[in-house]
Design a protein around this ligand. Structure first.
Ligand code: GTP
Ligand code: MG
Length: 444
């Protein structure tokens, strides 16, 4: 059966079974002061995601929760008096335990929970293991995006942060750790602290935005969520070290340069060589050609070491003209940068990986069971904030092709089947060209 036939078959099957299509529910949760600030800086530009900020400092919570889309939770009032923990992670832990049921309500019924926290203080570092464990219990894929303190802040803070990484890791599927120290790769050492932190926060905010766009704008339905799950989920041993980045570039710069920039974010202490899984998205203008897409994907693919499951999304937006935005999430990065305990965990992971590798290859990638779970969730009454998000999603639908190295999944939109204007016809033409993964085709 040709790929084209396969695509049609998948589509017909879905229509005949009337499977409900539901987008993935993502909740971005900032924990502690720094985490809260980062989340509040993303919330204004991302329409489709639910946000929450959890902190023991009730004034800081009130400040960020002014933004309607952010759910604020000031936790542990009895142990902290609402004044923060003063760099005491034990207090942060107790505070999280005190209000764990309120937090659980925030983690409930989510597909992906992304915790964002700047480690080294008492709140984020103490509460994260408690919250991440709870989020995992609730069945979400849990991704932690953390910063480590500057070295000038002293060993005590760094040790608090490392301990937090160690204690939170078992409950995470994927983890990104960015040392604040790396900010000096981008700014002068004399830059005022607030400005320096803003560089990291902005970079993280853009990368998270890119990730969310990648997931939503590929029009992911249940079947595609299985692919996202494959890249993010960690079934065996410790979490996957994850590289996340988004950049904008000009097509004139050439694919090589665009790719170099997206895979070499100077804030990262590790690279994407030999990664195991990758999700990446290219957004370009209406004129972006197949050759551009092909060169970008082939260049990215070269950096991975060739062993990764790669899922590529492509999107067109008129406003991009000759610009291009590339987002990448790569899991299974290798690093010797972090504390010894992380190295130990990696060794254990490698040992475990040797055995199940052969069996895994035989397993079907998508399980019907997961689809059923999503179907059930879909019938549940929708909350107010979710309705709001759904409405804005409807306005923002674009056509998209999702491709992986091993297969092609195509989700045609209704309007693409009955094109009403020339622009849509053009897009259809383009989509036809893209029905095969670009890095599987050779062009003259
Ligand atoms: N990247 C980044 N790091 C930050 C920011 N604010 C603080 N940090 C870092 O995070 C560490 C912990 O600070 P907070 O996030 O304020 O700590 P907390 O989790 O609220 O804990 P307590 O205030 O001690 O209860 C600091 O030592 C800094 O290294 C920020 O806006 N961005
Ligand atoms: Mg604080």
């Amino acid at each position: 059966m040709s790929k084209q036939q396969k695509i049609i078959k998948t589509k017909k099957k879905r229509e005949s079974e009337e499977e409900p299509i539901r987008e993935i529910k993502i909740r971005v949760v900032g924990v502690g002061g720094g985490g809260g600030l980062i989340v509040s800086s993303i919330s204004s530009s991302l329409k489709k995601v639910l946000f929450a900020v959890l902190n023991t400092d009730s004034r800081a919570v009130n400040e960020v929760a002014k933004e309607k889309k952010i759910k604020g939770l000031s936790f542990g009032g009895q142990v902290t008096g609402g004044l923060g923990t003063g760099m005491n992670p034990e207090l942060g832990k107790k505070a999280a335990e005190e209000d764990i049921e309120e937090a659980r309500a925030i983690f409930k019924d989510q597909d992906i929970i992304i915790f964002v926290s700047s480690l080294g203080g008492g709140t984020g570092s103490g509460a994260l293991p408690v919250f991440a464990s709870c989020a995992k219990e609730e069945g979400a894929l849990v991704y932690g995006v953390f910063t480590l303190p500057f070295s000038f802040e002293g060993d005590k803070k760094m040790n608090i942060a490392k301990k937090a990484v160690k204690e939170t890791s078992p409950f995470l599927d994927a983890i990104t750790i960015l040392p604040n120290e790396k900010i000096f790769e981008l700014v002068d050492k004399n830059t005022p602290l607030k400005e320096a932190l803003a560089v990291m926060n902005k970079n993280l905010a853009e990368s998270l935005e890119g990730l969310v766009e990648t997931i939503y704008d590929t029009g992911l339905i249940n079947i595609d969520f299985a692919d996202v799950r494959t890249v993010l989920e960690n079934k065996k041993g410790p979490r996957k070290i994850t590289y996340l980045n988004t950049i904008e570039g000009n097509l004139d710069d050439g694919a090589k340069e665009i790719v170099r920039r997206v895979v070499t974010n100077p804030l990262y202490p590790y690279t994407i060589s030999n990664v195991k899984g990758m999700l990446f998205n290219i957004t370009g203008g209406r004129d972006i050609g197949l050759t551009d897409i092909s060169s970008i994907s082939e260049n990215i693919y070269e950096y991975t070491g060739g062993d990764a499951k790669v899922i590529l999304g492509i999107k067109q937006k008129t406003k991009y003209k000759d610009k291009v935005r590339v987002s990448i999430l790569a899991t299974g990065c290798e690093t010797d940068f972090f504390a010894e305990e992380l190295t130990e965990e990696k060794e254990k992971e490698e040992k475990k990986e040797e055995e199940p590798k052969k069996e895994e290859k035989k397993k079907p990638k998508r399980k019907a069971k997961k689809t059923k779970t999503k179907t059930k969730k879909n019938k549940e009454p929708k909350k107010e904030e979710e309705k709001e998000i759904e409405e804005s999603e409807k306005k923002n639908k674009d056509e998209i092709t999702v491709m992986s190295k091993e297969e092609v999944v195509y989700q045609p939109e209704e309007k693409a089947e009955n094109p009403e204007d020339d622009q849509e016809k053009e897009i259809l033409e383009e989509e036809k060209k893209w029905e095969k993964p670009s890095f599987l085709r050779r062009f003259k």
